[in-house]
Write a protein that binds this ligand. Structure first.
Ligand code: NDP
Length: 330
């Protein structure tokens, strides 16, 4: 089977020469392992961090070895109790066609209960990120006015809709194209949305939220964060989920110039990692699953086909090619 290797650590925007698609032998599963034929691969912004050597919350990808990431596939051979050939599993050895996975790192998923890619997105890691970040880190409550950036993406689109379904007074989103802005308002039910590329974020946010915001869910950082601090109401909360605008920077980005507003607003900024919130997974599935099934919570996926396009799909996420979760279908 083929697998993607990292050859050199990208500086700035990753270049195709930093990677190679390599033919690798597929070993038989050892004791307690299963062999999986991957069907859907996840590409996510955090992978950019793993391409760097810098110490972080997950280990850097090793040079000359297969990269990793979320994946769903069919078990084709099992040497583990509780998992049989024909079962479908969610695991962490993406970026490859076939994976030998320790059964303890594989979670069985039901293709009848939800389409397989949903376990990587709307009912998976990005969905839980939205749920935990909004409800726990930002301590969202009914009546809050919520602003979310990256609002047409996997996490952001779910943040806005969960806030609406949970009784937000107003939900505002920002995204990088007029088409995405239209989708937010017309399909996802956002009260207002704007294209951050067509004018200063602070001005557009002030126009969209004349009475200020109570919660900002940050996927982007940079001028979005500064604008949110500028519009923050008393006791406002900012959940820092991601800062995609700086992931390819080679120099540290300037910080928000208006942090002093946190004093008068008694505002709070807090970062979070979804990995710390898996205790919420059952509650998340119980609450959000029915909304997805009923269509009250809508979602899109951008599906790119073929292992040879895995890298392009990843780069596409950094560029904004995706609407909703970016998925690679094998
Ligand atoms: P998305 O589906 O939102 O895809 C990323 C989007 O970011 C693109 O579609 C693009 O949309 C937008 N973007 C790219 N560059 C910029 C920029 N310079 N300024 C503004 N927007 C930009 O990805 P996810 O939903 O998977 O992730 C969203 C965020 O959440 C990321 O920052 C990610 O790192 C973070 N995250 C954090 C987790 C945690 O545990 N803390 C877990 C999962 C994700 P557009 O067209 O609008 O520019």
């Amino acid at each position: 089977g083929r697998e993607w290797h990292l050859l050199s650590r990208p500086v700035g925007w990753p270049k195709p020469e930093d990677f190679a698609l390599v033919e690798a032998e597929v070993p038989a599963p050892g004791e307690g392992q299963v062999l999986v034929r991957n069907e859907y691969l996840s590409v996510d912004p955090y992978m950019r961090g793993r391409m760097s050597a810098a110490k972080s919350y997950v280990a850097p990808y090793e040079l000359g070895k297969a990269m990793q990431g979320g994946a769903v596939g069919e078990v084709v051979a099992s040497n583990a109790e509780g998992i049989a050939a024909g079962d479908h599993v969610l695991h962490f050895l993406g970026w490859r066609e076939y994976a030998v996975v320790d059964a303890k790192n594989a979670v069985k998923v039901d293709p009848e209960a939800a389409p397989l890619p949903a376990y990587l997105g709307v009912l998976g890691m990005t969905g839980l990120t939205a749920y935990a970040g909004l409800l726990r880190t930002a301590a969202f409550k009914e009546g809050d006015c919520v602003f979310v950036s990256g609002a047409a993406g996997a996490v952001g689109s779910q943040v806005g809709q969960i806030a609406k379904l949970r009784g937000a007074s107003r939900v505002i989103g920002s995204a990088g194209s007029d088409e995405k802005v239209k989708l937010l308002v017309e399909e996802y039910g956002f009260d207002a949305a704007f294209n951050y590329r067509t004018g200063p974020v602070s001005e557009q946010l002030r126009a969209a939220a004349p009475d200020g915001i109570d919660v900002y869910f940050d996927n982007v950082g940079g001028d979005h964060l500064e604008a949110a601090i500028g519009s923050l109401n008393r006791d406002g909360r900012i959940a820092v989920c991601g800062m995609i605008s700086v992931y390819n920077n080679t120099e540290p980005a300037p910080g928000p110039r208006n942090l002093a507003r946190l004093i008068q607003t008694r505002g709070r900024i807090e970062g979070f990692l979804v990995g710390d919130h898996y205790d919420l997974q059952p509650q998340f599935v119980q609450e959000v699953g029915p909304w997805v099934r009923s269509g009250e919570l809508k979602y899109r996926e951008t599906v790119v086909e073929g292992i040879e396009n895995n890298l392009e799909a990843f780069l596409g996420v950094l560029r904004g090619d995706n609407t909703g979760k970016m998925i690679v279908k094998l």
